[in-house]
Design a protein around this ligand. Structure first.
Ligand code: HQG
Length: 184
C-alpha cells in the first residue's frame, strides 16, 4: 500500500469512527456518511479526496474496514467506532466455543483484574483466528493472545455480534472467561 493510500485510509478511519466533527461531517446511527459531504469536509481541511479515491480506499482495505452503500452515495466504517453519534445495530450471533483477542503483555495485570473492556470504542473486538489476534496485539508491544470462553459467556446471557467483515464484538469480557494462550 502506498504512503498516500495509507495516510488517507487512516484519515477515513479517524473521521468515520472517531471524530467526524473535525471535518463537520454528520454520521447516522448506522455510521453512514454522505460521500459528497465527506469530500467537501475533507477539502476544507486541505485533504484532497474524490469519490473514486474513496471507492479505492474501501476496496483496498485489507480488513474490509469500510463499506459503500448499494447506491454508491454513502460510506461507513463497519466497526471500531468511538463517536457517540453511532450506535450500530449489529446482528446477534451465537459465538463459537472460543474466540481470541490479541493484546500486549503490559496490559495483562489490568486485564486479569478487570477483564477486557471496550475502552474508547463501543465494543471489545474478538476474532476467530489466532493469526489476526497476533497482528492486532503486536500494535501495542510484546504480544499475548487471550482465549475467551465465548460460548460459556453466551450461555450466561452475554450478547455477541458478528460484523460484515467477520469481527466478533461484545461489550466486555469478565476475567473468569479469559485464559492466556502459550505462544511457541
Ligand atoms: C486493551 C483494529 C488494560 C486491549 C483491530 C487493547 C481490531 C485493556 C487495548 C480493532 C483492558 C484497546 C480493535 C483492561 C482491554 N486493562 N488494557 N482492562 N481491556 N485492554 O485499539 O482490540 O486496524 O481500542 O487488549 O484489528 O486492540 O483499526 O482495541 O490492546 O479489530 O481496523 O486495550 O482495531 O482494527 O485497544 O483493536 P483498541 P483492539 P483496525
Amino acid at each position: 500500500m502506498s504512503d498516500e493510500v495509507n495516510a488517507l485510509s487512516k484519515f477515513l478511519s479517524y473521521v468515520l469512527r472517531h471524530k467526524p466533527e473535525c471535518i463537520g461531517l454528520e454520521l447516522d446511527r448506522e455510521g453512514w456518511a454522505v460521500v459528497a459531504e465527506l469530500i467537501a469536509g475533507a477539502a476544507e481541511k486541505g485533504v484532497c479526496i474524490n469519490s473514486s479515491k474513496v471507492q479505492e480506499l474501501v476496496s483496498l482495505s485489507d480488513k474490509k474496514r469500510f463499506e459503500i452503500s448499494s447506491d454508491g452515495l454513502r460510506v461507513r466504517a463497519i466497526q471500531g467506532h468511538s463517536t457517540k453519534l453511532v450506535r450500530r445495530n449489529y446482528v446477534e450471533f451465537k459465538p463459537p466455543l472460543f474466540l481470541y483477542h490479541g493484546t500486549a503483555t503490559r496490559f495483562l495485570d489490568s486485564i486479569r483484574q478487570h477483564g477486557l473492556n471496550a475502552g474508547e470504542r463501543h465494543h471489545v473486538h474478538l476474532t476467530q483466528d489466532k493469526d489476526s489476534a497476533l497482528e492486532v496485539g503486536r500494535r501495542y508491544g510484546k504480544v499475548v493472545i487471550l482465549k475467551v470462553s465465548s460460548r460459556s459467556m453466551h450461555v450466561e446471557g452475554y450478547k455477541f455480534f458478528k460484523t460484515e467483515n467477520n469481527v466478533w464484538l461484545t461489550t466486555c469480557v469478565p476475567p473468569e472467561f479469559i485464559t492466556e494462550v502459550e505462544l511457541e
